[in-house]
Design a protein around this ligand. Sequence first.
Ligand code: MIG
Length: 828
Amino acid sequence: MPRIPQKLTFMADSTRKEDFANDLLPHTESLEEMHHVNNPVLDLPRIEKQYLAKVQGYTQERNSFFFTDGRSKVEVKVFSEEIIRIRLAPEGVFLEDFSYAVSFKEEVFVNCEVTEDESHYRVKTSAVTCSIKKDNFFISFSEEDDTVLNSDHAAMHWEENVDYGGYYVYCSKEAKSDEVFYGLGDKASNLNLRGRRVKNWNSDTYSYAFNQDPLYKTIPFYIGVTEGRAYGIFFDNTFKTYFDFASEHPNQTSFWSEGGELQYYYIHGPQMMDVVKRYHSLTGTHYMPPMWAIGYHQCRWSYYPENKVRETAYEFRKREIPCDAIYLDIDYMDGYRCFTWNKRYFPDPKKMIADLNANGFKTVVMIDPGIKVDENYWVFKQGQENNYFCRRGDDYFMEGFVWPGRCQFPDYTNPEVRTWWGTLYKGLVDDGVAGFWNDMNEPAVFGRGTFPDDVRHQFEGHRGSHRKAHNIYGMQMVRATYDGLKKLYKNKRPFTITRAAYAGTQRYSSVWTGDNIATWEHLRIGTLQLQRLSVSGLSFCGTDIGGFTGEPDGELYTRWMQFGVFSPFMRVHSAGDTRDREPWSFGPDWEQICKKFIELRYKLLPYIYTCFWMQHRYGEPILRPISLLEQHIAKNLQREEEFTFGHQLLVSPVLHPGQLNKVVYLPEGNWYYYFDHTAYAGGQEHTIDTPMDEMPFFVRGGSIIPEFPVMQFTGERKIESLKMTFYFAEGQHESHLYSDHGETFAYEQGVYVEKNFIAESTQSTVQIVQGEQGLYTPYYSDFNLYLVGLPFEIKQVTVDGMKVQVSKDEDGLSFIKLERDFKKVIIQ
Ligand code: MIG
């Protein structure tokens, strides 16, 4: 008997056939073995990954450099000194340059040059060098001093997609052994993503778990930090995308997509803060929210009928717990038909909203994308007549079940549909509704989860299937909402909130983290998600305080409320089948503490509003993980419990029941415990007591923090004298104070005032110099400047050369009255 190889595996292998003589086959024994082999088709060419080959040369058009290996092309485009985009065209033809995410205004001229030596081409700006290795097309990015921050592990590659056309596209990078990874939006994981593989496919994930993935949002942007230097990668691809952070291979980070172009931006640091700011310069920031939108909001599924809404509002005012907004979830609608009222529950919505308004409550209502299939429903009819609803591959309408029953869904990727959608809000706006909540826009469909892949979308004329449009569907819905409202409200600022999002959604909306659970673990997950969203461009974010599903006890609810004060968006919300969730629902003791903390939010509003400005104008994220503040300290790259709100306030929410104290790291500098002004040295950990009615909350030394008196809603009273507190620190420190009309877009025409205060202090003097820009006349006429932590007895204070009096408040704290426009105070 001839020798038959025992293990015949039919993995495609081009050398295999020559290894064995065909006439030796088949053999019964080995045939049996072959039954386990999955239909090897030996004569079809195998579909395999293709890699870029040797670079053969390049051409230049303005700031774009096109490199080729003879067949494929790679574009290296210099957007700014610090942002370089890479695109791959496997067959040498690029797709049309289009992005829903990027709002970057191209600079007219960026200084850059190409050099060439034996082994490399180098595209250089003053900050970054992008090197392309000639023999293998590996791309890397380095700083002026030649430190490589990011480099290819393999040449960019692709694989033909036989089912849909186009390519699966792949990019693999080196992961350095010390490298850590942040970003990617709402992932419910530890901040450092190293060791994880994640997927982006917007999903309705009711009661999600720690590490569950994907969730509601797609933000294909990450930040890598190695040897104390940071860079960012933004993979602008709307298809299902994946990121592997040294999970499959400990020394590789890769990202890939099921379609579209391999197109990514390298964003230079080396400070993480600069990476985030530059990411904002590409994808935009949130506009200034109306002041009321950053107050406390009360929501549940659902407040109805009208009397329940009135009662709830009344309780807030009776108990003197501040509140700015009440939400109406789906039950306000007539049979869940969007843009209608259930007249049985809400017989006179206009009157109800007017009465709420008169008492300082704004009304926010829910709008879903699913439009009920109903010939007698005007929205459905208009959508049908104009062909605005999504269709399947074979031209059937995309129909699916959601709250209203059988629904069709607008194609928000069609600009005409968006314009129409925007006009639909007119009735509700006329009724007095102040804000809109877009839910279920992943999109969510009962049973099947979301649309099938074959649904077609107009995609701004770039046509595509749902594979391409899925991840931007929710973003385009809330964009339509925002743009429509902007017209309807004239010059007033809309308030919008969305569950699904893609990179850049911050230009149109705030976000929340969806259907979390009333557990301590979820409180912790929420602190991670909000820090992560904030460095991913979505600063205006919040969780359902108290947890959406399940029942919190008073302690969990209260601790969550404390975290809520430091969530850029502060709203209590809960599912339909849960018990009451108002701040008083857990008895008077918890109510007292919740009230104290909601009041704290209202005191901090001028500071919070200023943080929103710094976000809007300068692209500074609102919540800042310790890693972002102090990336030069390796240990800090793993910290995730404490974070700052803006530059000057630091908190570390209490995340465990019965916790009596907590170890808190304070960044370098000096800090003051907010509640009693105890001083702490920074750059180290401290054990902080955590009585139920306090939380670890610190102010950075050197700061000047503005505070409002407690009001029951924003704008309840005019403020004459604005309280400012200076917390002593040696050296020079800058603080800001932003104010404007609070309601309109006049700030875009320069009608705002941004003040800056530079404090310079020694052991015996404090000098504060004020500067300002903008055209707005502030609402306050003077400041009461309180002084905390001065290491000397005050002997004399001069303001613009004039001696002034120092007063003491009831706690013995010194304060000085200052004209709004003082130039310089010297305290000695
Ligand atoms: O299928 O509108 O995340 O906040 O209360 C559930 C009802 C639909 C999901 C949202 C939640 C909202 C709920 N919605």
